[in-house]
Design a protein around this ligand. Structure first.
Ligand code: MSK
Length: 479
């Protein structure tokens, strides 16, 4: 009687749940959690600005009905409610589409409206953007309500060096050109330099290890989200613009006062580091990406397709192999990248703005969807007819899975690396594949090895993959 783990095809749980039901149930709960994070993010910005949901982002069931869908998905997939894997999967795809509309797209539109649209600019990345001689303040998370006020206040103090971490950092980099010190996996390294006076966190992908880690250094940990509190942190809420201005001042003052507690040894060690800041071209969005030129390159065969390289970077995966795979694919593909993948590509010097384009944070995957829509329109076709692929090679979080399935619901083929969100050898994965093919004209590919992924991509590259090729893709499916 729990946890639900089925190890053979024919075995059923004590309650009678089959392997397919368990797999479908787990996928639905994963997508529900991802959609909850993105839709919650958008709702928090609406709360912050006091605005109402714009009509173009309102789901068919009315404003707020996305939260009811999430709740229904969790209810449906709890013990003894639904027992039909197909219904679970249908709901998972519907929820992924809703995530795109009321999460990614709404959050991106609100951020553009309230915090500014990105413009192409030079930026720098990695830990070397911290400065030993300054008061270093890192801002981390996903919901960038504080960043405008914080950047404005920081610019009034010549001794302050503001850097970003993770997706709040990616937003800051895209909109204001603030250096990006780290993504998810390296957030602890930022504190461990010993020269960060304050880390201000909002929500999502903030490691619970940070309070313990800050105790080992002098770094003050400051939380700003009412939802995402951390034990021992100083809580400075950001529920309105007025509060953002007040919190920005208090956070900067706290950090400046804390500099005296920095260890001289940490400062000396940091100065001896040989790492240099990595230069990047950043700030791309749907309005400045040169869609006409890319559409022309697709038409004349100068490129074979457009790939979205999205989602997390997982230390358990072959991250270097994936970076090399995208480097190789960029020879004849345009690559649009967001979130941790964008940081990782940048860290390896690949964000030159020629073939690989930094499109912002995880919610900014809405920009990729809009670029795909515009490219399809310019080519006189539909997204499903275009040589588009979204690859999520190392998904850690539920959000990554929801994002991948959102693109599948748009008609893009989607690739997931390990850990796979669903066991591709189950009947449930077969039902999912049939649904994607029949209802969305898309396919999901599961491949954990960069080399095999490249081989598959080379085998199907060209024009839009014809349907008969899609069966062959299963040769590349591995567990
Ligand atoms: S931050 S969701 S670890 S991409 Fe958007 Fe990175 Fe994955 Fe968080």
């Amino acid at each position: 009687m729990g946890p639900c783990r089925i190890t053979s095809e024919t075995q059923k749980g004590v309650c009678g749940a089959s392997r397919d039901l368990i797999a479908a149930r787990n996928l639905l709960r994963t997508v529900a959690a991802g959609a909850a994070a993105h839709c919650g993010h958008a709702q928090h910005i609406l709360d912050f600005t006091g605005g109402a949901m714009p009509r173009r982002h309102t789901p068919a069931g009315g404003a707020g009905s996305q939260f009811l869908e999430i709740s229904e998905a969790l209810h449906l997939s709890s013990m003894g409610v639904g027992a039909d894997p197909a219904e679970m999967l249908r709901r998972a795809l519907k929820l992924a589409a809703l995530d795109g509309l009321c999460g990614l797209s709404l959050a991106t539109a609100l951020e553009d409206e309230n915090f500014g649209k990105p413009e192409v600019k030079k930026g720098i990345l990695n830990l070397a953007c911290l400065k030993a001689g300054k008061v270093n303040i890192a801002v981390h998370g996903h919901e960038p309500m504080l960043v405008q006020a914080l950047a404005k206040e920081a610019s009034r103090h010549t001794d302050v060096n503001l850097v970003g971490v993770c997706c709040t950092g990616a937003s800051l980099l895209s909109t204001l050109g603030v250096p990006l010190a780290a993504a998810f996996t390296r957030q602890e390294d930022v504190i461990a330099t010993g020269i960060v006076e304050a880390m201000i966190v909002d929500s999502q992908c903030v490691m619970p290890s940070l309070p313990d880690l800050c105790e080992c250094f002098h770094t003050k940990l400051i939380t700003t989200s009412e939802l995402a509190r951390l034990p021992g942190a100083l809580h400075l809420p950001v529920r309105s613009r007025k509060e953002a201005v007040r919190t920005a001042k208090m956070a900067i003052e706290t950090a400046r006062r804390n500099k005296k507690n920095r260890s001289p040894r940490a400062e000396k060690e940091f100065k001896n580091r040989t790492e240099k800041p990595e230069n990047a071209v950043v700030g791309f969005c749907e309005d400045n990406i040169a869609a006409e030129r890319i559409a022309a390159m697709l038409k004349n065969g100068a490129i074979k397709g457009v790939i979205g390289a999205v989602g997390c970077v997982n230390p358990r995966a072959d991250a270097a192999g994936w970076i090399n795979a995208f480097r190789e694919l960029s020879a004849d593909h345009v690559i649009l990248t967001t979130g941790c993948m964008a940081f990782e590509l940048g860290r390896h010097g690949l964000l030159t703005g020629k073939r690989i384009f930094h499109m912002g944070s995880c919610v900014n995957n809405a920009r990729l969807a809009e670029v795909f829509r515009r490219l399809a329109a310019l080519s006189g076709g539909k997204i499903a007819e275009m040589p588009f692929l979204v690859s999520c090679p190392m998904p850690i979080t539920e959000k990554s899975v929801a994002i991948g399935l959102f693109f599948a619901a748009l008609g893009c083929d989607v690739h997931f690396g390990a850990p796979f969100p669903i066991n591709p050898h189950t009947g449930a994965a077969g039902i999912l594949a049939a649904m994607l093919k029949e209802q969305y004209s898309s396919a999901a590919v599961f491949e954990s090895a960069p080399g095999a992924f490249l081989a598959w991509k080379r085998a199907v590259t060209g024009a839009a993959p014809p349907p008969e090729r899609r069966g062959k893709r299963r040769e590349f499916v591995k567990i």
